[in-house]
Design a protein. Structure first.
Lengths: 248, 248
């Protein structure tokens, strides 16, 4: 592995949320290490740590040992610039969707210049909840059998890792890349959403319209899909700051 | 899935040889079905059938139920036109190698015109033996971490199935394909190798040179790598038939 290709791998974190079978965490770690990924975040894992996880990691113990255990998904996303939610299910809600090939092409661009990407995998039984998906900027789907789509979570990590490795190896994009604008970080976005909610509450906006939760979800979805640059975020924050005083 | 893309899937068989963990057979079936593959061959599986295999198949029970159980690898390869051995290890012996992307590109070409492909996965512990590899025409490697390559066998099937699905979906090749020459089948090749050995024995060739086993392996390797067309095979068979009478 050449030194200069490592950016992509080092700037990716794999986040497993509410995993119920600890064996899948071990298998996920093994899948990651096979494809040069090492940053594993575990949100609220069940029955972990346990011997089954270590057994199925099969030599990827270092990935397990270095895994960061978090209580909430938000904690696992601190400092991340682009958040991808992996989902087998097609959602009824409209969301920006990419398949794993498209997502991995974007990852090459983003990580090459040092920005952080998180790929979030939900629980075995039901995948990501809508609340977890609210924190994601794009929904990544893995193509497959339209009549049976039941990817094991570690298998999904394996496919993602493989596709990312292959695209990284091709390195086709490297020479034609323009340096992307600096994207807003997760924490900045969350802070912005909080600010936005406060301002809208202050404006009595929610009462007049539909429920607060639904409306905030729509707004999040819009801004997440747009993938705010830092400078754009600063502009919106400035607008929010200007609104409040006028209403007081 | 459009009807016309099914050729590729229907003409591929996945062969698992000497699998020791029945759970991996179930996980392999699940990986296959997710990627539209359904023809599973099990050569000498250990502790199978068992509940663990069914549990890990997770809805791909039909793939398991239809799996063909064979005593030898040769049995599992009857009627196949192109045989791919999957191997993580780099072999010291020289063998025609392709990575999974290259192999899947070839598979699109071969299967589109109705020829059969087998992809053979060895045991968990040691992969394919040299004797098993003797029956294969190409060694397929899966790119990954050069410092840790320890793909679970079901994960390897998952990656292969995914790559094959993606290339099939792209369908890039369909319009530019020339109909390939008809390749010799597995049974024809084996029959040819037997004939070749008999003729060489008859010629007292082995005694004069090195060991029979080693020499036959080298010959197999050459013909396997070359991927004999049916017509070429007929020519060689004709030559062999012509040799024997002259020596008698």
């Amino acid at each position: 592995m050449k030194k200069e290709t490592n950016y992509t791998f080092d700037n990716i974190r794999v986040v497993m949320v509410n995993t119920t079978e600890a064996g899948n965490i071990g298998a996920g770690a093994r899948a990651m290490k096979n494809m040069c990924l090492s940053h594993l975040y575990l949100v609220n894992p069940k029955n972990y740590p346990c011997a089954m996880a270590t057994a199925r990691a099969s030599g990827a113990d270092d990935v397990l040992a270095n895994a960061v255990i978090c209580k909430t998904l938000s904690q696992a996303l601190q400092g991340v610039n682009w958040i991808i939610g992996a989902s087998a299910r097609q959602r009824t809600i409209k969301w920006m969707q990419m398949d794993v090939v498209e997502a991995c092409v974007e990852i090459q661009k983003i990580t090459t210049f040092g920005q952080q990407v998180a790929v979030v995998f939900g629980s075995e039984k039901s995948g990501l909840t809508n609340e977890e998906l609210d924190l994601c900027q794009v929904l990544m789907t893995i193509p497959g059998n339209p009549d049976y789509f039941s990817l094991n979570v570690a298998s999904a990590i394996q496919v993602f890792g493989y596709q990312n490795f292959i695209l990284n190896r091709q390195g086709l994009l490297k020479n034609t890349l323009n340096k992307p604008f600096k994207k807003a970080g997760f924490d900045e976005l969350e802070s912005f959403y909080t600010h936005l909610r406060q301002v809208l509450e202050h404006l009595d906006y929610f009462e007049e319209k539909r429920s607060k939760a639904l409306l905030m979800r729509r707004l999040r979805r819009f801004f997440n899909r747009a993938v705010l640059e830092k400078e754009e975020l600063a502009i919106f924050r400035g607008i929010l700051r200007n609104i409040k005083p006028f209403q007081k």
